[in-house]
Design a protein around this ligand. Structure first.
Ligand SMILES: Cc1cc2nc3c(=O)[nH]c(=O)nc-3n(C[C@H](O)[C@H](O)[C@H](O)COP(=O)(O)O)c2cc1C
Length: 326
């Protein structure tokens, strides 16, 4: 019998497969189905601060711009969404035995902090902070952008005792330092890397469009590199996300040092039953290579444990530049 258990942000998981925050985790029914098919934990769909504000703004323009009414609508809409979300947390907790991690999209350190406490009260096992501050303002320095992330972690930590994970993108100049700083500010885990909406251009219509919302397997190497570079260096757990479509890729990310992986696209495309297939692929590989437990894999090939760590750092195709072939 193989031991697939792992510990991630202080939570014991029966295997390393977490279903990533998405529409897949938006109802108790689908969470139950994910658990029945082998998911070790779920990250609930993010509650979006922006989404709530947008709803309020659209209501305002339809009905009234009167300040008092706008305030009422703001409060009502906010309450409505929050209550539904809290209900999802508590009902999911009653129905499944795997950890249920709530997710909040934070863009500031202000009002979300008190809401985090209510998630804890509703029974969430942890909170994943889905943070993305677009560093697109030419007057805003990197430190200023990073400070927003640190402020959010600090304020949420003040409110709750349950573990907090920071799910981030890859737009940081000092990636290693950034992840280290999240860790020393008590992020129990950092998730590398969220895959955000990407703008594209439709040449037929000559207008803006959205790039594919689903990942490709090729995209995982970015997360893999940074997990491999940082897993031995930072004082928190790392989870890998983006482009994990099969058991082999799960194994690679564990070898690089991920404690767990988060999957969305592959489950959208192949259904919750595919979790069983991924676990089977992992077990086949582990049996073939003689590994008995997932813990034996974690970090075995990270920056600190390979003979030539430069392999994680290399970024120029030196070999190819000097070859006539390429
Ligand atoms: C339809 C869809 C909705 C998503 N919604 C969220 C979300 O609300 N919050 C979040 O942090 N990530 C969200 N994600 C990102 C996923 O959790 C995941 O990190 C990303 O898709 C990369 O994993 P994948 O390659 O397995 O899809 C969403 C992804 C998809 C495809």
């Amino acid at each position: 019998m193989l031991d697939l258990t792992t510990e991630y942000m202080g939570l014991k998981l029966k295997n390393p497969i977490i279903v990533g925050s998405s529409g897949l985790t938006n109802s108790v029914e689908s969470i139950k189905k994910l658990e029945a098919n082998g998911a070790a934990a779920v990250i609930l769909k993010s509650l979006f601060e922006e989404q709530i504000l947008m709803e309020v703004n659209s209501l305002k323009s339809d009905y009234s711009t009167h300040a008092e009414e706008a305030d009422y609508l703001l409060n009502y809409t906010r309450q409505h969404n929050l209550d539904e979300y809290l209900k999802l947390v508590s009902e999911a907790k009653q129905e499944v035995s795997i950890p249920v991690i709530a997710s909040i999209n934070c863009i500031s350190s202000s009002e979300w902090t008190t809401f985090a406490k209510r998630l804890q009260e509703a029974g969430a096992d942890g909170i994943e902070l889905n943070m993305f501050i677009m560093p697109g303002n030419i007057d805003q320095k990197s430190e200023e952008v990073e400070q927003i992330y640190f402020d959010i972690i600090r304020e949420v930590n003040k409110q709750v005792k349950i573990p907090i994970a920071a799910k981030i993108g890859f737009y940081f100049t000092g990636m290693a330092n950034m992840v280290h700083n999240l860790a020393i500010r008590n992020a129990a885990a950092v998730v590398l890397f969220n895959r955000f909406h990407r703008p594209d251009i439709d040449l037929k219509k000559l207008e803006m469009t959205s790039a594919d919302i689903f990942s490709t397997p090729q995209e995982n190497v970015l997360s893999l590199r940074w997990i491999g570079m940082l897993s031995d260096a930072v004082d928190c757990d790392l989870a890998s996300t983006t482009g994990i479509h099969d058991g082999d890729t799960v194994i690679k990310n564990l070898l690089a040092g991920a404690k767990a992986v988060q999957i969305a696209t592959a489950l959208y495309k192949k259904g919750p039953e595919y979790i069983g297939e991924i676990l089977k692929q992992m077990e086949e590989w582990m049996n073939a290579k003689g590994f008995k437990s997932v813990n034996q894999l974690i970090g075995k090939l990270n920056h600190a444990h390979i003979k030539d760590p430069v392999l994680y750092e290399r970024s120029q195709f030196m070999k190819y530049f000097s070859s006539a072939k390429f």
